[in-house]
Design a binder for this molecule. Structure first.
Ligand code: ADP
Ligand code: MG
Length: 502
């Protein structure tokens, strides 16, 4: 797969005063590993607890405490690597990244610099339309999160909450393969989708469980292609925008940052490699600190932890237990149910959406099931601001409605009314149809009588329709109205045409 040809990129071009510029983007995504306990201690990761109530001696950095790797967290990172078709390194190691911060009581973060757990992988990013691009993953390493400093509770004091200290993170580092703000957002969205399918990160960006450091540089057209061919000399100096936790802000920040760098270069200046922060209120990035280098942190192998050695058989067992991933599921929906790629993408956005659809579609017409799930069910959920898990209509109930349409018991129009009744009142759709007399009239004698009556009562209209057959539709409408929408539309059409002598 890694050898498959790269689809042509569609870089965003910015026209400067001195000609066109392009952008080059690479992301470092921090994803909180879904786990009940922390990376090196048994303390809980549950949210909403009293500050500092979930802090073990290891997390608090007490002298003499020894970290013990949490096998569950390592398995989650390996599963993520497998989901990104990445190389799993059977031997990896933990390093200390030394720095001082009040919410980091150890005085260092345990991370993986020299030997990460996961090596090169790839993500296929879905862009608008059917186009897809491949973004290469450079590595995924496992590390500890820091605690939280709180500066807005007291005018003179700062507080610290160590509940998050030591929670497991994955840092997923991309190659600089991303060429537009939209692609960067789509890349993060795709990572999030894959991790949610895998159950390795909940992807909650609002709570910071998924956040990205965005590296941006600008170059002249052609430079990125030469870089891909082995010559990096045309690439520009990058700046890193820290801790972005919204897809919209990621795009705004990249756009602003690229224009800022272009203005500097066109003015004859040089871009200084540095770490910047995005201020969404002002729509601009601001310098935070000059870029630190690995040696500033005096990284060294953590002497408290042995290198991590994995059995190939353990990795193979994790690989065998992976769920079907979004790209595979989407392709299968197109092949198996005859759906459009677009509908398949909508239905596979979340694994739970896809499961719901497949229950409705089982043994039924796939396209019809897709239409009902996407338009009627999802549309109705959106209208009421409900999640699928709160849907008042179950897959069985929606399936029963589709069966009633397929058997000709109800028309498509009545089915919409029935759906609304099931939505608001619940119940078995078949029983509702019986109890309320919603069954479609296929009895030709009854329809014939209704057609005769309408033609008899509207002789002038009938005359016109005989001369101009497309006016027959009016009679069809009248008959449908007279029968409360329950007449079989095909039978009505046919009878109206016959009775008018068309
Ligand atoms: P560091 O460890 O100093 O942050 P890395 O080599 O790990 O540097 O790169 C960090 C991120 O920067 C990666 O996601 C990478 O893709 C991205 N990157 C590297 N070079 C460039 C560039 N010229 N423009 C934009 N992003 C870049
Ligand atoms: Mg980095």
């Amino acid at each position: 797969m890694l050898d498959s040809p790269l689809p042509a990129p569609a870089p965003k071009v910015i026209d400067g005063l001195t000609g066109p510029w392009e952008m080059v983007i690479g992301l470092e995504v921090h994803a909180q590993i879904a786990s009940r306990a922390k990376l090196f201690s048994g303390a809980s990761t549950a949210v909403g607890a009293e500050p500092n109530s979930q802090v073990s001696f290891v997390d608090a950095g007490m002298p003499g405490m020894l970290p013990v790797p949490n096998e569950g967290c390592i398995a989650q990172a390996v599963r993520t690597g497998l989901g990104l078709r990445a190389r799993i390194n059977l031997r990896s190691a933990f390093d200390r990244k030394n720095y001082f911060y009040p919410d980091l009581p150890q005085g260092y973060q345990i991370s993986q610099l020299f030997h990460p757990l996961v090596g090169e992988g790839e993500v296929w990013v879905d862009m608008p339309g059917p186009s897809r691009r491949r973004v290469r993953i450079e590595r995924i390493h496992v590390e500890q999160d820091a605690g939280k400093s709180i500066h807005d509770m007291d005018p003179a004091l700062s507080f610290v909450d160590l509940n998050r200290t030591g929670v497991a993170l994955m840092e997923i580092v991309s190659r600089p393969d991303i060429r537009s703000p939209e692609e960067a957002a789509a890349y993060v969205a795709k990572l999030r989708q894959i991790m949610r399918y895998l159950g390795t990160c909940d992807g909650d960006m609002q709570h910071g469980n998924l956040r990205a450091d965005v590296n941006v540089s600008v170059c002249r057209p052609g430079a990125w292609e030469r870089f891909m061919a082995g010559d990096p000399s045309g690439l520009g100096t990058r700046c890193e925008i820290k801790n972005m936790n919204s897809l919209r802000f990621i795009q705004q920040a990249i756009d602003y940052e690229a224009r800022r760098q272009i203005a500097i270069l066109e003015d004859g200046g040089t871009v200084v490699q540095e770490t910047r922060l995005y201020d969404p209120d002002r729509g601009e990035t601001r310098s935070m600190r000059s870029k630190e280098e690995a040696h500033d942190y005096r990284y060294f192998p953590d002497p408290d932890l042995l290198p991590l050695e994995l059995d190939q058989a353990w990795v193979d067992a994790l690989a065998a237990s992976l769920p079907e991933l979004p790209d595979d599921k989407r392709a299968r929906f197109v092949a198996q149910y005859g759906l459009s790629d677009y509908d398949a993408a909508v239905l596979t956005a979340e694994a739970s959406d896809a499961a719901f659809f497949e229950q409705v579609a089982a043994g039924r017409d796939g396209k019809m099931a897709a239409n009902w799930v996407i338009n009627d069910l999802f549309g109705r959920l959106r209208k009421d601001g409900l999640a699928l898990s709160d849907s008042p209509v179950s897959p069985d109930q929606l399936g029963a409605i589709l069966d009633l349409i397929a058997s000709g018991d109800i028309s498509g129009k009545i089915a919409k009314d029935l759906f609304e009744i099931v939505w608001t009142e619940g119940g078995d759709p078949r029983a509702i149809v019986e109890a309320r007399g919603m069954r479609q009239v296929t009895d030709t004698a009854a329809i014939e009588a209704a057609v005769d009556a309408v033609i008899r009562d509207n002789p002038a209209q009938a005359e016109k329709a005989r001369a101009q057959p497309k006016l027959a539709g009016w009679f069809v409408g009248q008959v449908m109205k007279a029968t409360g929408g329950k007449a079989n539309p095909a039978a009505v059409n046919e009878l109206v045409a016959r009775k008018l002598g068309l």
